[in-house]
Write a protein that binds this ligand. Structure first.
Ligand code: ADP
Ligand code: AMP
Length: 213
């Protein structure tokens, strides 16, 4: 199954991706996680991307498309994958279509998690992420079992550098101007599906599994 999770920053894509991984045994491909790993490794690409990420802006398409091309070619993607946070621009969506067509595969579903902007700030400022596996928690809405420790791998929970009230504004603006036009792109492709992302985590998961059944 080739899936894409779509939605504003903080809509719950990473959170729901974990449940899809467990159910379908396919990898999550989060461009944000890949970029953060490159920053941690201090690669040239990571250092360049960091400037954009810290400012809440999108990283240039050429960098992102290169990342995805390499990642989709890895063997663990052969039975499917979950795209999380990619594509975010029309150029990225078009590049993805071309890549997938060359691989003779197609997207099964684009699952949009709809959450209004006014809820996003609270979600992002309360987010805690695992420094090891990238899993996402929330101090109030989705707390980890042990404070500061990841439920999945025991890694330390940290606050992302870009998870602050100022950066959220730029990230939401980037979403509305550059990413939201993809709704039309995937609706025309006949794979776009919307879920109410304001429900509790477990309710969103149940709705998502029902829609994919
Ligand atoms: P995204 O990957 O779309 O940026 P995350 O999955 O990291 O978003 O979720 C953003 C924040 O909102 C996290 O702190 C997460 O725990 C929390 N969250 C995710 N889904 C829900 C939900 N359905 N209700 C309330 N909080 C949620
Ligand atoms: P995320 O982890 O999805 O919230 O992404 C964090 C940041 O990484 C974004 O604010 C962007 O700066 C960058 N980023 C992640 N994915 C992409 C993408 N597909 N296109 C451009 N920038 C991206």
């Amino acid at each position: 199954m080739n899936l894409m999770l779509f939605g504003a920053p903080g809509a719950g894509k990473g959170t729901q991706a974990k449940f899809l991984i467990e159910k379908y045994n396919i990898p999550q491909i989060s461009t944000g996680d890949i970029l953060r790993a490159a920053i941690a490794d201090k690669t040239d690409m990571g250092m360049e991307a960091k400037k954009f990420m810290d400012a809440g802006q999108l990283v240039p398409d050429s960098t992102i498309i290169g990342i995805i091309k390499d990642r989709l070619a890895e063997s663990d993607c052969k039975n499917g994958f979950i795209l999380d946070g990619f594509p975010r621009t029309l150029a990225q969506a078009e590049a993805l279509s071309e890549l997938m067509s060359n691989m003779n595969i197609s997207l099964d579903k684009v699952i949009s998690l709809n959450v209004p902007d006014e809820l996003i700030v609270g979600r992002i400022t309360g987010r805690r992420v695992c420094s090891k596996c990238g899993a996402s928690f929330h101090v109030e809405f989705n707390p980890s079992k042990k404070e500061d420790e990841c439920d999945y791998c025991g890694g330390e929970l940290i606050i992302r550098k870009d998870d602050n009230a100022e950066t959220v504004i730029s990230r939401l603006e980037a979403y509305h101007t550059q990413t939201a036009p993809l709704i039309d792109f995937y609706t025309k492709m006949g794979v776009f599906m919307e879920l109410d992302g304001t429900k509790d985590v477990s309710e969103v998961t149940a709705d998502m599994f029902n829609a994919l059944a």
